[in-house]
Design a protein. Structure first.
Length: 79
């Protein structure tokens, strides 16, 4: 992750913003999203702030809980 750390951090921030936008659009709190995705609320917060690097399994769990395709969340972060 070191050689491209700035790009990775930027991607994680954009991914977090996409998760937050979908969560807010569904009217869910971080706690509710965490419950639906079987994640702790503090982890959801970290993802939304771009300080967590979620695994593919976690991305899938978030997408499923948000009722969107995982590819949609990733595409929203990819520029």
């Amino acid at each position: 992750m070191k050689p491209r750390a700035p790009e990775v951090r930027a991607f994680l921030r954009r991914f977090g913003a996409a998760v937050r936008a979908q969560r807010e659009a569904r009217g869910l709190s971080q706690e509710e999203l965490g419950f639906e995705a079987d994640l702790d609320r503090t982890y959801v917060s970290g993802v939304e702030r771009g300080v967590r690097n979620p695994t593919v399994v976690t991305i899938f769990a978030l997408a499923r809980a948000l009722r969107v395709k995982a590819s949609r969340l990733v595409a929203a972060a990819d520029v």
